[in-house]
Design a protein around this ligand. Structure first.
Ligand code: SF4
Length: 56
């Protein structure tokens, strides 16, 4: 189960800078590669808009 980024994302890039595995890529909103995410939660803690949460 990987973390996912919702459309509350404002594309600030904060999460990309803190992810230890490089799972996050840039776009209109940022995106997490579920095959690379290790579920650490670092990005969710860092996100200023609370856009990142564990996937279901
Ligand atoms: Fe990266 Fe951890 Fe966020 Fe997964 S949960 S995208 S490994 S910072």
């Amino acid at each position: 189960m990987a973390y996912v980024i919702s459309d509350s994302c404002v594309a600030c890039g904060t999460c990309q800078g803190v992810c230890p595995t490089g799972a996050i890529s840039e776009g209109d909103i940022y995106k997490i590669d579920p095959d690379v995410c290790i579920d650490c939660g670092t990005c969710a803690d860092a996100c200023p808009t609370g856009a990142i949460a564990p996937g279901e």
